[in-house]
Design a protein around this ligand. Structure first.
Ligand code: ADP
Ligand code: ZN
Length: 745
């Protein structure tokens, strides 16, 4: 038997090996093996069985070891890895390494909690019959017969290359005994309140939910690839729809991946989801997957999925690579979240990869959001995705009233650039008296180097790109990050002539100080990445907020996700402009999403909520449409702009970053490269730049960048990768290609 192996660790090639007789049964496409490469043993994934014609097989080396005798990458994942390597212009090895956790690659100690042993001795006759009827079971029996003590189930399954079903079959007949030695390493164990019975389906669905659920059930029954976009206003009960769909997929014998943004994976939501999912899966384990797992936890979860012992995984971005067997459904909650994009190699987008994995596995992909990305929304319009809608909040709770405060007027009244308007301060006092709570959001997506006139709200934009110009302090210039256009920074507002032009930037700390001064009796807590560096601090603060020991919680978006505080009746957004005036064509979209999400935090209990949004540009469409949570209206107006400038979702955008210690040399190479691309791919790609990056230097490395707009990303990216190989780069220049970047800064 000959196999082709993709070695990991820097070998982006397929190498061929022979498989010794005794390992044949254990090897399939996707198996993790150890093979000799040059003079060392390397891990690799079996990429193909067989070899090309006329291949000199006699001279091939033998593989050294089979790490797990079941595929570490199910066929759909291997296909996905190959697609990603092409689409994102990176090595297959780096993708496979992302897909298979470190602990798994080490083949680390298969420490398992379930033990199996023989409970009933079979007579030789019975064993002979078993040999004929169920040879796998007989193999298992013979193996266990020779053991002195109970064996870990996963080890047995792995060693013999069986499925969990074989063990269960023998156990059912009473031949095997299964015992649990629970030394399971479950994340957030202490939150998994023991004994609390969770109803699998606690709510009767309303009509809209029912329609969505039925539509999904039909898709799942079809057993074919399809994508549905569930657009449901905040509080419309999307989670209930996800859970019913998951229930359907599990009942059909399928596996499920449920993705949520990492920030949403608070202990509270994890515990809740997990117990709901386990109730649905009827005692089956639900694997939790996120970046804070220990290696042991990750290995446990991975093994449970790879061996088919567990069929559901809930987790952040990288859970899309969990080795779920027989995948039937992928759910992506908050599909519009930028956090689904990984900002290091491989720079993949979890949602896009989810759609592709569903396609390769022939599964159903369900994307959900209150504010869908315009990418997904246009896919609905073009008929690629089906739209499911929840337009009502459950129990007909009203969407909160959004009050927009014009900070230009406030600035005049207070004769300074205030962080809190009079209205917001009064509303906070109000809540204090009524013993209700307030959340203040500070918009951290902000970028302090845009110019804003506090008199008229004017912000300087690039004439060619419709994005905010960035102020460069060193030479007093305004520059565009897309095309590199530049001009002198004005001393007065170019629109109204007022001298009050300045750059923006309100930190959480400054807001906290102001609140302490203005609402001195309130108990205040600030929550941002600076104060929350300790893992438990985050949970403590949320717990005491829930317990009513905090009146005002101040923080960035991280406190907005997936949390339900019934006693919060006031939500303030301190600075809505911050996300609007960043040099990014998605700035409006982000602002709209933020406002709708933030508003959804207020009045989730039985009390009505109030939302106060402070802004210097109250007329902005992102703000006006968000007042009615009018997604359709916003999408139509924003898509028109995107169409005019031919921006995503109408074309793909690719970012190419160059780094090096010498700015002149860097510029030279970037320009030479751009010329080459223009010459070779000019008919398929529109280039902008090269120009200096928004942050021109990091750690003594200068940065230049180039943007490509294209309709044909699957053709262009492999071409760029090929050109890049052949281009004579200087040794001290490194570069990174980012396909479909979500942040332009
Ligand atoms: P969304 O994700 O759409 O913002 P959630 O899924 O968080 O909304 O649901 C909001 C709340 O409504 C949750 O507490 C949920 O348990 C509850 N809920 C969902 N569906 C129903 C229903 N049909 N009847 C009553 N309550 C429901
Ligand atoms: Zn420009």
């Amino acid at each position: 038997m000959i196999i082709g192996v993709h070695p990991l660790a820097g070998f982006d090639k397929l190498l061929h090996y022979r498989v010794p007789e005794n390992l044949r049964d254990a090897v399939a496409v996707g198996t993790l093996v150890r093979v000799p490469v040059v003079n060392a043993l390397k891990l690799g994934i079996v990429g193909e069985i067989g070899a090309p014609k006329d291949f000199p097989v006699e001279r091939l080396k033998l593989i050294a070891q089979v790490v797990y005798p079941f595929p570490a990458l199910p066929p759909d994942l291997l296909g996905l890895a190959r697609w990603m390597a092409r689409y994102y212009a990176c090595g297959l090895d780096s993708i496979i390494e992302t897909m298979i956790p470190v602990a798994v690659r080490r083949g680390a100690g298969l420490k398992q909690e379930k033990l199996v042993s023989i409970a009933l001795k079979l007579s030789p006759e019975d064993l002979a019959t078993l040999d004929k009827r169920a040879p796998q079971q007989a193999k298992l029996y013979r193996f266990l017969e020779q053991q002195f003590r109970p064996q870990p189930k996963a080890v047995v399954i792995a060693r013999l290359g069986l499925t969990a079903a074989v063990v269960s079959a023998l156990a059912k007949r009473g031949v095997l005994r299964e015992e649990s030695r629970r030394i399971e390493r479950i994340a957030y164990d202490d939150d998994h309140s023991a004994g609390e019975l969770v109803a699998a389906m606690p709510h009767a669905l309303n009509a809209e939910q029912q329609t969505a659920v039925s539509a999904l059930a039909t898709s799942i029954a079809d057993n074919a690839f399809s994508v549905s976009l569930l657009h449901g206003v905040t509080g419309s009960g999307k989670t209930e729809v996800y859970l019913r769909a998951i229930d359907t997929a599990l009942k059909a014998g399928g596996g499920v991946v449920f993705l949520v943004p990492e920030v949403a994976l608070t202990p509270q939501t994890v515990a809740r989801l997990r117990s709901r999912l386990e109730a649905i899966a009827q005692g089956q384990r639900c694997v939790v997957w996120h970046s804070h797992l220990s290696e042991g936890e990750r290995l446990d979860g991975w093994l449970a999925l790879a061996t088919g012992e567990a069929r559901v995984v809930v987790g952040a971005r990288s859970a899309i690579f969990a080795p779920v067997q027989n995948l039937r459904l992928i759910v992506v909650d908050e599909e519009h979240e930028p956090a689904y994009k990984q900002d290091e190699t491989p720079r993949y987008h979890g949602r896009d990869v989810a759609v592709m994995r569903a396609k390769l596995a022939g599964a159903v992909c369900l994307l959900g959001s209150a504010t869908p990305s315009l990418e997904s929304f246009t896919n609905v319009e073009s008929g690629k995705y089906r739209l499911l809608q929840l337009t009502q909040r459950v129990d007909d709770r009203k969407l909160p009233f959004i009050d927009v405060v014009d900070m230009r007027i406030e600035a005049m009244k207070q004769r300074t650039l205030p962080s809190l308007s009079g209205k917001l301060v009064r509303a906070m006092h109000d809540r204090l008296e009524r013993r209700e709570q307030t959340i203040l959001f500070i918009n951290r997506r902000g970028y302090s180097s845009s110019m804003l006139c506090t008199k008229c709200g004017h912000v300087e934009e690039c004439r060619h790109c419709s994005i905010t110009m960035t102020y460069h302090r060193a030479d007093e210039m305004l520059r565009c990050h897309l095309c590199g256009d530049q001009r002198d920074a004005p001393a007065r507002c170019p629109k109204c002539g007022a001298p009050e032009i300045r750059w923006r930037g309100l930190g959480t700390q400054r807001v906290e100080e102001t609140v302490r001064r203005m609402v001195p009796r309130a108990r205040i807590e600030r929550m941002d990445t600076d104060t929350m560096s300790k893992k438990n601090r985050f949970r403590e603060v949320l717990a005491s907020f829930r317990a009513g020991k905090i009146d005002v919680l101040i923080g960035t978006q991280m406190i907005g996700k997936g949390l339900d505080f019934p006693n919060v009746t006031l939500v303030g957004l301190i600075d809505a402009d911050m996300s609007m005036h960043i040099p990014d064509f998605r700035a409006n979209e982000r602002t709209f999403q933020l406002l709708v999400q933030v508003a959804g935090r207020a009045g989730r209990g039985d009390r009505a909520g109030e939302v106060i949004v402070q802004t210097f540009t109250p007329q902005a469409e992102a703000i006006q449409f968000s007042r009615q949570a009018d997604f359709a209206g916003f999408a139509a107006s924003e898509l028109k702009i995107r169409r005019d400038f031919n921006y995503p979702p109408y074309r793909h955008l690719i970012h190419h970053l160059f780094r090096g210690p010498n700015p002149e040399k860097l510029k030279f190479f970037a320009e030479q490269w751009a010329k080459l691309v223009e010459k070779t791919l000019g008919d398929r790609v529109e280039l902008r730049g090269p120009s200096a990056s928004p942050i021109e230097k990091i750690k003594d490395q200068y940065r230049w960048q180039l943007w490509y707009f294209t309709n044909a990303v699957t053709k262009v990216v492999p071409e760029l990768a090929r050109l890049r190989e052949g281009f004579a780069w200087s040794d001290d220049i490194t570069q990174v290609i980012d396909v479909d970047p979500v942040s332009l800064m």
